[in-house]
Design a binder for this molecule. Sequence first.
Ligand code: MLT
Ligand code: MN
Ligand code: ZN
Length: 304
Amino acid sequence: MKIRILGSAAGGGFPQWNCNCVNCDGVRKGTIDAVPRTQSSIAVSENDTDWLLINASPDILAQIRANPALQPARAIRDSGIAAVLLMDAQIDHVTGLLMLRERGSPLPLYATEQVLADLAQALPITRVLGHYCGVDARPLALDGAALAIPPLAATTILPVPLLSKAPPYSPHRDDPHPGDNIGLTIRNGASGKRLFYAPGLGEITPAVEEAMRGADVLLVDGTCWSDDEMLTMGLSKKTARMMGHLAQSGPGGMIELLDRMPASRKILIHINNSNPILREDAPQRAVLAAHGIEVALDGMDIEL
Ligand code: MLT
Ligand code: MN
Ligand code: ZN
């Protein structure tokens, strides 16, 4: 089973359209050792033809073009994207759904009741899509049961509730509900291997710690190097924590957490454009390497 990283950047992408931080300006001008990245999304397939898309990024059309495996062209109108699963209702994870409106049949859409409610009301994407292909909404229960989600047959997916943040437009923004954000344990039934995926990880609950401990591969929140980096760079008034993200450095940070984990691969994803780890030659990259931590790239494949 294969996991293809379609987009490895956080919301805004890298470079972000209006940002002139050292990373964004440098990658635009080609003066730093870094590559552009599109916004957060992965796809899972057992046969390289039929894919479960996990999160629908605003960059989805570019991602489909960059990944011909998602376009098997079996009919005059056709896509390898058989279904979509959403992990939260954030703009960088859901607005790509609008770009799939030309489908010939309702889009199978897996998400928690909270996320489906936000997408029916606060950011009414599913209502809008009702005027195009329509959505076949499949609520994800958080009852601890692993799911078989077509087109995947030998793979199971276990949603893990996360303590993070609902989007700013959600009625749950400051009133967290289980289901506002989920992580996923993706298990290959043939090899028994597990990957834990959580592009947004605000707090490490016992359930998250357990899911991470049981994973062979960790693909987790790499948004910010330091909690206050967007503040100190003058990019935002919010800390990583305020946005529901655990920074990598410092006491209680992601590096410390990953050090405790037995996984054979530890990969950071959802990298914000402010993060120094985007520069291949940054000292922070050497720190990650010393801890056996990789940084995701668009187009990267993980075989599980
Ligand atoms: C987040 O995860 O906090 C997002 O990337 C925010 C956004 O999409 O603007
Ligand atoms: Mn995000
Ligand atoms: Zn920037």
